[in-house]
Design a binder for this molecule. Structure first.
Ligand code: PMP
Length: 403
């Protein structure tokens, strides 16, 4: 007779990882020094594994806004937006975000993950969703929770997308859903081609701009602004857990669609709303994102410095041009060894293994904050070089630029 708990008791991977000291998850941060350095197991490490892109989680103005809102409204909204959980602050954030994102309407939802789950509410039985294979898990789940048909296209493969669109029922409702910046490898979707295909095949377009909002585009509005295609995309999603230094998510688009989602999405109406502190922090972060574009400029300079630095050493950082800089390792065990050596040398970065990436393509995901200093970044580069050589990921000597 089998027991539903058998799989948990027999789960060997966890035990092996723990026994060999190669278990990299759920590491408790004991203290933070301005977010760019943290303490783990009593050791101070440089943080290059966070999505706090603009470094605003440590900004005194953002902290103060969260404290004041908590003092005024308490620690929680204690309910769903639909009933008792709507504060004037939620409405203010929605109005400000709609304006910032250049969209008719916006809704804020308690987490970014739940924001993507809300997509299910507008997908019916006769609709088809075209989804990039490397889309974030929350989009995958949002689609899975709907009754629509899902067609997955190979990562950023526009020929494959076109093939699937051309084979689809011309009368079905269609939407193409893609991450703007892909979370693990930092590459950007081919929005110009997606938009062309959407026009041709009469499909809607939604981008998940979790890693793009506050980062890409002249004003930080994300992937559509970066490509100058804001009028051509229908829905834009963002999270507050990254550039916005808070927790929550936003979905923006035409009023009637957002209003429908507001009333129908289960992740909205059956879940407590964003806390007063989270809304106030996101509002203040938005104000800073709008007023201080130099933070974005610094972040993109840092991204370029790190890409160039890693490449000069012989590392493969893929095709990313964003502050998500993957360092490709390949073998999973080597990736964990690399991670362990980084930690011991005082650098916090995240090992990424399948299913988050394709088998055999394990990588160390590094990500940066506008508030990192050059001295910190140089230490990170030096550490990667030493470990990369020791583990045979890069050559003993730097590759010649003339080769
Ligand atoms: N979309 C993408 C692309 C993400 O990377 C993430 C989280 N890393 C989410 C959605 C979910 O956002 P949150 O963590 O804020 O719930």
């Amino acid at each position: 007779m089998s027991d539903v708990f058998d799989k948990c008791r027999n789960w060997k991977d966890y035990r092996i990882a723990k026994a060999t000291g190669l278990y990299p998850y759920f590491r408790a941060i004991e203290a933070s020094h301005g977010a760019t350095e943290v303490e783990i197991e009593g050791k101070r490490v440089i943080m290059v594994g966070s999505n706090n892109y603009l470094g605003l989680s440590a900004d005194p103005r953002v902290k103060e806004a969260a404290i004041k809102a908590t003092e005024k409204f308490g620690t929680t909204s204690s309910g769903s937006r639909l009933l008792n959980g709507t504060l004037a602050l939620h409405e203010e954030l929605e109005a400000r975000l709609a304006k910032f994102l250049n969209r008719e309407s916006a809704i804020v939802i308690s987490t970014g993950f739940q924001t993507n789950l809300a997509l299910a509410s507008i997908l019916g039985r006769h609709d088809i969703v075209f989804s990039d294979r490397q889309n974030h898990a929350s989009l995958v789940d949002g689609i899975r929770l709907s009754f629509a048909t899902e067609r997955k296209f190979r990562h950023n493969d526009m020929d494959h997308l076109e093939q699937l669109l051309s084979q689809a029922d011309p009368d079905a409702g269609k939407i193409i859903v893609t991450d703007g910046v892909f979370s693990m490898e930092g590459d950007i979707c081919n929005l110009p081609r997606i938009v062309e295909l959407a026009k041709h095949y009469n499909a809607r377009v939604m981008t998940d701009d979790a890693h793009a909002m506050g980062v890409l585009g002249t004003r930080g509005r994300g992937t559509s602004e970066y490509f100058d295609l804001e009028k051509e995309t229908d829905l834009v999603m963002g999270t507050f857990s990254k550039s916005f230094a808070s927790l929550g998510g936003v979905l923006a688009g035409p009023f009637e669609v957002i209003n429908y989602i507001r009333h129908k999405a289960r992740s909205v109406i059956f879940s407590a709303s964003m806390t007063p502190g989270s809304i106030a922090a996101a509002l203040k972060a938005l104000e800073i994102i709008e007023a201080e574009p130099e933070r974005r400029a610094r972040l993109l300079d840092i991204a370029e410095k790190m890409h160039n630095g890693f490449r000069a050493m012989g590392f493969d950082t893929g095709v990313s041009v964003t502050p998500v800089v993957p360092v490709h390792i390949g073998d999973q065990v080597k990736c964990f060894r690399f991670w362990r050596a980084l930690h011991e040398a005082g650098v916090f970065a995240n090992p990424v293994i399948p299913p988050a990436v394709e088998p055999g393509h394990a990588l160390i995901r590094t990500s940066y904050m506008a508030t990192h200093t050059d001295a910190q970044l140089d230490r990170v580069l030096d550490t990667f070089e030493t470990i990369g050589r020791k583990l045979g990921v890069i050559p003993e000597t730097r590759p010649s630029v003339y080769e």
